[in-house]
Ligand binder design. Structure first.
Ligand SMILES: Cc1cc2nc3c(=O)[nH]c(=O)nc-3n(C[C@H](O)[C@H](O)[C@H](O)COP(=O)(O)OP(=O)(O)OC[C@H]3O[C@@H](n4cnc5c(N)ncnc54)[C@H](O)[C@@H]3O)c2cc1C
Length: 392
């Protein structure tokens, strides 16, 4: 049954999908954004931060092209810092810690008020194609959205598997279903899906942290906006805190490597880029007595902290590792990540695996796509540019 006809369909309401859908609608095309859960639009899968090294300038480029990411972080950021200030300006890297929930809600609101853009909650399980041309998508409820072009921005969800210690189960990202039908449909069309891995650390309850043992880290005295249209950031900034691992932390991790999915070979995927776990760091740099851990707030109104630098996957090490690090302890209320370990996702990512010929072939058929890792928003915009040129 046909649910809707559109010019362009975007699969996935992550960061790439939001920019792709807004760009298409703003250029005057009837656009449908279909995503598995409307309430996780623009959800930050891992660290709630925008920009940083080799990424901050891309956020500004997206802004220059009319995107939303920079504007949304300017009003939902809780700490703005320009990294590498001690070096020459070419390598300065603007970064902002985001209020995870506020960012998601603000981006969703902007999509909801956009003319020519329809948001639809559902799972795409097939690409409809005929005579070598894409005609739309099919959903798990048996509905069809017919369109001239389709842009896939499915992030880490394709046939995703989540590993927590030595346990594993299907999942797109923590608490969310994987996308299973879509990769199968792409494979039926002759494309290969390759597996990559990524990961996220256990979170810590800020109420259990002894901040007197940490070093307070403020944002920049005058926060620099990301967007060229934001004159000034005058919302209150929140500090992060710096602590570090110690010998005890390293001993716990070393003694548990046989229970780490990364070290036992359970995970088949490879890292799409160098994003090292704490286990990697202690094994590679034996003589280092401490590695830095940044305690970064997950939002303005939550005690939840992201522990940057602490990703680990060793089963049973969860509470012990956190407790052993300077200033962190498991309080009576427990930590959010206390009984769990870091989550390692083993995911299917589509276009990272494709050759140039494959990509050309996909575009020829009417399928655009954005990668599931770093700087995806830019590739989302690129895919839209292509789709719009073709539809015109
Ligand atoms: C645990 C973890 C840690 C990560 N760490 C990093 C990191 O350190 N650095 C980094 O750059 N990236 C990291 N990533 C990757 C991160 O997901 C991406 O950088 C970014 O979120 C990708 O944005 P996206 O828009 O491509 O996809 P996502 O943000 O993943 O969004 C994809 C969207 O597509 C929807 N979707 C998927 N399949 C379908 C379907 N068939 N039908 C309908 N909707 C569908 C999903 O519901 C979701 O809303 C991490 C991811 C995870 C899960």
């Amino acid at each position: 049954m046909t649910y809707k006809k559109a010019d362009i369909t975007v699969i996935g309401g992550g960061h790439a999908g939001c920019e792709a859908a807004l760009a298409a609608a703003r250029m005057g095309f009837d656009t449908v954004l279909i995503t598995m859960n409307l309430d996780t639009i623009a959800q930050m899968s891992c660290n709630p931060a925008i920009g940083g090294l080799a990424k901050g300038h891309l956020v500004r480029e997206i802004d220059a092209l009319g995107g939303e990411m920079a504007k949304v972080i300017d009003i939902t950021g809780i700490q703005f810092r320009v990294l590498k200030r001690s070096k020459l300006p070419a390598v300065w890297a603007p970064r902002a810690q985001a209020d995870r929930a506020a960012y998601r809600c603000e981006m969703k609101r902007r999509l909801e008020v956009q003319n020519r853009l329809t948001l639809y909650q559902g799972e795409v399980v097939s690409i409809i194609h005929e005579d070598g041309e894409v005609r739309g998508v099919g959903t798990s409820l048996g509905l069809e959205i017919l369109s001239k072009k389709v842009i896939i921005t499915s992030g880490t969800f394709m046939s995703g598997v989540i590993h927590v210690g030595l346990k594993n189960f299907p999942g797109g990202r923590a608490g969310e279903f994987p996308s299973v039908g879509l990769p199968k449909s792409l494979e039926d069309m002759g494309y290969e899906i390759r597996r990559f891995k990524t990961g996220t650390p256990p979170r810590v309850d800020g109420k259990t942290v002894d901040f007197s043992k940490t070093v307070r880290q403020e944002g920049d005295r005058i926060p620099q906006p990301f967007s060229f249209s934001t004159e000034k950031i005058d919302i209150e900034q929140i500090p992060c805190h710096l602590t570090g691992t110690n010998r005890k932390t390293h001993d716990i991790l070393r003694s548990g490597l046989d229970r780490s999915p990364m070290y036992t070979g359970i995970i088949k995927g490879m890292g799409p880029r160098y994003c090292s776990s704490i286990e990697d760091k202690i094994m590679r740099f034996h003589d280092k007595e401490s590695h830095q851990l940044f305690l970064e707030p997950e939002g303005r109104d939550t005690p939840e902290l992201y522990v940057n630098g602490e990703l680990f996957g060793t089963k049973g090490a969860g509470g012990g590792v956190i407790e052993a690090a300077n200033g962190l302890r498991i309080g009576a209320s427990g930590t959010i990540g206390e009984v769990f370990n870091g989550i390692i996702d083993d995911v299917g990512i589509f276009n990272e695996a494709l050759s140039e010929d494959d990509i050309k072939d996909l575009y020829d058929k009417g399928l655009g796509m954005a990668s599931g890792i770093a700087a995806v928003e830019s590739s989302g915009k690129l895919a839209t540019t292509w789709a719009v040129i073709k539809v015109r």
